[in-house]
Design a binder for this molecule. Structure first.
Ligand SMILES: *Cc1c(COP(=O)(O)O)cnc(C)c1O
Length: 380
């Protein structure tokens, strides 16, 4: 990882791109994708494109033999344009129009996830014979950025959908997602145990178990390693459900550590005589890359570039005229007391869910620009 940061910093020093920008090391992306494969031998790896859809990132992932978890027609086109084979795509979004399903099927996609009778009927009609995994709502520990109740159905409903899938000539599977940035490996155990019960209740032999993504990456707090996650998951599989072919949809764990955002300080000021904290306004905020600062969910590390000396507490905010564009006011943040407008900050660990979450032109600010370094950088 040091090597990767060196490559990124050398690029920034050499090219001095305008800030804010995200620099992604594609070598580390490939390394992480390979590490997921190594931790789950024999499993199908489908990188969740929404985490970071940069073409160079997709190429780095594909070089390891992994495929892609896609959420709609544009992501399907993107992956195919990078040379992915349709059989390597899994359409993981349970919310889709009949026309989206027909589009995917016409392009050769044969693997889908569902969680409702309406969507299942559409799949039976527009994607006949496909492998369809029913997404469970598993409960269990909350992740840092949970899915809430938006996706998945409870076990009894899932069992009914599985039977309907088989009756409609579809190939049955079960899927779940424990929530993104999930620090507790026990969450997967609950999902796997629930999947086993649902399959037994439905009397259906599963062809697929899709255990989603969710693996956490380190920011300020330590997180389990891929090996820790894999050990817990393999133990649960041996105990509850060893048969079906395993599929994973990791996003964050493949790309987060490979990215670094460089930002410039726009203003440093105090706002109240009684509050010693300075307000530090950056040229990156909630709307151009730091979306996961919503509710201060992800606490990124902040590294001043070439500014040293004693530190003091700060509130960190973005550049727009929106009151919600404050990154951290409860999360403790300290920056050098000498920090001033024009200084630069690096925010490491920002390869996932940053550029892809950027608004198009809120307040006229352009989406976060991505630059790639490493072996796959010139492929774009
Ligand atoms: C977002 C998403 C993922 C990726 O989750 P990570 O936490 O980034 O690993 C996987 N599968 C589905 C269906 C998703 O929506």
């Amino acid at each position: 990882m040091t090597e990767s940061l060196n490559r990124i910093r050398a690029f920034l020093a050499d090219r001095e791109p305008p800030t804010p920008c995200l620099v992604v090391d594609t070598d580390l992306v490939a390394e992480r994708a390979a590490a997921v494969s190594a931790a789950f031998p024999g499993a199908l790896i489908r990188y969740a494109v929404k985490a970071n859809p940069a073409p160079e990132v997709l190429d780095a992932v594909a070089s390891t033999g992994a495929g892609f978890d896609v959420a709609g027609t544009a992501e399907i086109e993107l992956c195919l344009s990078r040379g992915a084979r349709p059989a390597e795509l899994a359409y993981g979004n349970t919310i889709k129009k009949p026309a989206d399903i027909a589009f995917a099927y016409a392009r050769g996609v044969r693997e889908f996830t569902t969680d409702s009778a309406g969507d299942l009927a559409n799949l039976a009609e527009h994607a006949p014979g496909s492998l369809v995994s029913v997404r469970l709502l598993t409960g269990g520990p909350d992740s840092v950025t949970p899915f809430g109740h938006k996706f998945g159905c409870e076990p009894a409903v899932a069992a009914a959908l599985l039977r309907q899938a088989v009756e409609a000539g579809l190939r049955p599977g079960i899927a779940f997602h424990v929530g993104s940035q999930q620090p507790d490996p026990a969450a997967w155990e609950i999902g796997i145990a629930t999947a086993a019960k649902v399959a037994a209740e439905a009397g259906v032999v599963l062809e697929r178990l899709n255990i989603g993504g969710g693996f956490a990456t380190e920011h300020r707090e330590p997180v389990p390693s891929l090996t820790d996650y894999a050990a817990a998951i393999h133990a649960a599989l041996r105990e509850h459900l060893p048969e079906p072919e395993l599929l994973l949809e990791p996003g964050r764990v493949i790309v987060a550590d490979a990215g670094l955002i460089r930002t410039e300080v726009v203003l440093v000021t105090t706002r109240a005589a009684a509050d010693e904290r300075r307000w530090v306004y950056l040229d990156v905020g909630r709307y151009n890359g730091m979306a996961e600062c919503e509710n201060e969910a992800v606490a990124y590390r902040l590294e001043p570039v070439g500014v040293k000396g004693p530190q003091g507490p700060v509130v960190l905010a973005g550049p727009t005229c929106d009151g919600d564009d404050v990154l951290y006011q409860r999360t403790p943040c300290a920056l050098p007391r000498s920090l001033k407008a024009g200084d630069r900050l690096d925010i490491p660990g920002t390869g996932a869910y940053t550029a892809s979450y950027s608004s198009v032109a809120f307040n006229g600010i352009e989406p976060l620009r991505t630059y790639c370094v490493g072996r796959f950088a010139d492929a774009g």
